[in-house]
Design a protein around this ligand. Structure first.
Ligand SMILES: *Cc1c(COP(=O)(O)O)cnc(C)c1O
Length: 381
């Protein structure tokens, strides 16, 4: 039996990626700048619209880090971050010597609870006498957050938002691409994300000046002199022209990828619609348009006859199907045990019940049916 993987990269049938890579070799642009980088950034800016400026970088983590650098986040600062996420959302806060303040989720989108966000801002003000320097909401598994409500709070306190759209590439909130609402947004093109450059990311900026500053810091903060002059600490964060070539090729199949991820989630949702104790995570209302990067389910053992997500995971594994628990909330991670957190139990409940199912272009309808049958067999036993 062939193994069904959680989420594998998938190159275009027409080989667009190789075409751009070959071009880079043929023209000897095998460096962290060049026509593919410019072309990929232009593609991403066209996708974002709203006059956004995009900088292609070595990773999504680097993009979050640069956003914090541009906002002047440093020691003694606090930055608010969604607790239910991958550690890469929060790590760059610590790179800057600042303190993450974790905010729990609300149960519909699984993302940052706007009311708890306001509580966290108030507590931060009391604790430090100053406002948090930034707010980092996350679009888990591609699902947008309640973006209007989050920005309502952020704007009221005049705190910049860095949207972690690493998992939300191609998702929309009220018809607009996520990642384009905040002062900054970040994208990831890691191997398992919606599209890949083998490894890479991008920072979505609101102004040309921000883009210029981001490129400056991403290329070792070198001053424009004939010799190497440095007035600030820089980073080596630029995307290479080879990786950007893969990205340009991947952009040509993005619509196919999105359609496939969404169709797969619809297939799971239909199959489990009348199954007690299995709930597929879908758009809470018509304002949400998730890319369904990963299809996810909640498993309630009280209604499945005692089968919990871990029993399902083990049974799927035995059937050569990869699945994975949801992100373990950051406020429960040993490495962040000292960080302030405003919690309501939602993310811990999600972690106790949730499972990611095989998703993406390499999962065929027959594969999805094998996943579904395996799950139904265990529950009906
Ligand atoms: C993948 C991911 C990142 C980091 O992106 P990389 O390109 O892997 O550095 C950040 N946040 C979230 C939520 C992610 O899933």
């Amino acid at each position: 039996m062939d193994k069904i993987w959680l989420c594998l990269a998938h190159m275009s049938e027409s080989g667009e990626e190789m075409k751009y890579i070959r071009e880079a070799f043929d023209t000897n642009w095998v460096v962290p700048l060049g026509p593919n980088v410019n072309g990929f950034e232009a593609d991403l800016e066209a996708m974002c619209g709203h006059d956004k400026k995009v900088v292609a970088l070595s990773s999504g983590t680097a993009a979050i880090h640069l956003a914090l650098v541009l906002l002047g986040v440093g020691r003694d600062d606090e930055v608010i971050c969604q607790s239910m996420t991958f550690s890469a959302s929060a790590n760059p806060i610590v790179y800057q010597g600042a303190t993450p303040v974790f905010v729990d989720s609300e149960p519909n989108s699984w993302n940052m609870d706007p009311n708890l966000l306001e509580d966290a801002i108030r507590q931060s003000l009391t604790r430090t006498g100053r406002k948090p320097k930034a707010i980092i909401p996350v679009y888990l598994y591609g699902m947008p957050a309640y973006i209007d409500d989050i920005f309502d709070v952020a704007n009221r306190y005049d705190i910049p938002v860095i949207e972690d759209a690493a998992e939300g590439f191609g998702s929309q909130w009220k018809g607009r691409e996520v990642g384009t609402f905040g002062m900054f947004g970040i994208m990831s093109f890691n191997g398992n994300k919606m599209i890949t450059t083998s490894g890479g990311g991008a920072l979505i900026c609101s102004t040309e000046e921000q883009k210029r500053r981001a490129m400056f810091f991403a290329t070792q903060a070198r001053e424009p002199m004939p010799y190497y002059l440095h007035r600030e600490i820089g980073y080596n964060y630029r995307m290479s022209n080879i990786c950007a070539g893969i990205g340009r090729g991947q952009m040509t199949i993005l619509p196919d990828h999105l359609a496939h991820h969404r169709a797969l989630c619809a297939r799971y949702a239909e199959a489990f619609e009348n199954v007690d104790g299995i709930t597929v995570h879908t758009n809470p209302d018509e304002r949400f348009n998730s890319n369904y990067w990963l299809s996810t389910i909640l498993v309630d053992p009280a209604r499945t006859g005692g089968v919990d997500y871990e029993a399902l995971r083990i049974a799927l594994d035995a059937a050569a199907i990869e699945s994975r628990p949801l992100w373990k909330p950051m406020h429960t991670q040993p490495v962040f045990s000292g960080a302030p957190a405003v919690v309501n139990g939602v993310s811990e409940n999600l972690f106790a019940k949730g499972l990611c199912l095989p998703s993406g272009p390499m999962v065929s309808d027959a594969d999805a049916d094998r996943v579904i049958d395996t799950i139904l067999n265990i529950i009906k036993r």
